[in-house]
Design a protein around this ligand. Structure first.
Ligand code: FE
Ligand code: FE
Ligand code: ZN
Length: 283
């Protein structure tokens, strides 16, 4: 089944997101766990969560993808910045215990001049501390997002993501597998040629990270040319990646069963149109 959806506002709660998703032809959705700039999360309405879980089951909605605030920086140079990232992520994971099986995506972080290796060490040690405090492995899949390489972002290359994964898993008190969310705009801006060599990029992902770790796709076009290190999303077919290449992504035999989440600059009508467009091109 084609698992396709988009980023939705979480202002109305889980049930509202589920119903909005269905209304625009989506069967998955992404949301921010709290204000994307950070700050305290709203208290969770347990009745809303319970109603949503029943609704999602009946309507075939899921997996849901919770996105951490994009201001989190586990690799920051300032200790308070790192502590904020750690406490926020720990709190997000706690809240996600109410919706087992959810995916949780975060931007690994920016090393802000400390160097990639220091960044990788800071990110993995934060993950180890958060996960080690749990008695059992979380029922949430934590995903590192592939990044465009804007500024000092860590996670532009598959090798960097692999290093974070290895450094983390080696120190956990239990078996747990960190996953990856591949953002088409980000990998393109990061230099990977998903337009002329999608098979090659997938083969590289497989050999460096391992294909089984890929759990979600952020499906976005890009305003910029390949290797621009910019991270400016475009609507599907309106950017430098183009509709044909994105259609090859959703139909690729190794990708087609993954959930696809649009993060294109759209209102709900725009998302509805993109979901319809992509569904019409699905083999
Ligand atoms: Fe993101
Ligand atoms: Fe993304
Ligand atoms: Zn982006």
């Amino acid at each position: 089944m084609f698992k396709i959806g988009c980023h939705l506002s979480s202002a109305g709660g889980y049930m509202a997101m589920g119903q909005t998703a269905r209304a625009i032809g989506a069967n998955v959705f992404q949301f921010f766990t709290r204000n994307p700039r950070g700050g305290a999360a709203k208290p969770i309405d347990r009745n809303d969560v319970r109603d949503f879980i029943a609704y999602a089951e009946k309507e075939g909605v899921g997996p849901i993808l919770a996105h951490a605030p994009y201001t989190l920086n586990a690799a920051g140079a300032d200790e308070r910045v790192r502590e904020f990232a750690e406490s926020t992520m720990a709190d997000d994971l706690k809240r996600l215990e109410l919706t087992p099986g959810a995916l949780y995506n975060f931007h690994p972080g920016s090393h802000v001049g400390q160097g990639v290796d220091v960044g990788i060490q800071l990110i993995s040690s934060m993950l180890v501390r958060i996960l080690s405090r749990l008695d059992v492995p979380p029922a949430t899949s934590i995903l590192l997002e592939t990044m465009a390489g804007k500024g000092s972002e860590v996670g532009r290359t598959f090798e960097e993501l692999r290093s974070i994964i290895d450094a983390t898993e080696a120190k956990l008190p239990y078996a747990y597998r960190i996953g990856v969310c591949l953002d088409t705009c980000h990998v393109w801006d990061g230099g990977y040629d998903i337009v002329s060599d999608l098979d090659g990029v997938i083969a590289q992902f497989d050999s460096v990270i391992g294909f089984d770790r890929l759990k979600a796709i952020h499906l976005n076009d890009s305003l910029n040319v390949r290797d621009s290190h910019k991270d400016r999303h475009a609507c599907i077919g309106k950017g430098k990646i183009g509709l044909d290449a994105l259609v090859r992504v959703i139909n690729h035999p190794r990708l087609r069963d993954l959930p696809f989440y649009l993060e294109t600059p759209n209102d709900l009508d725009g998302y509805r149109d993109e979901i319809a467009l992509l569904s019409s091109h699905r083999d």
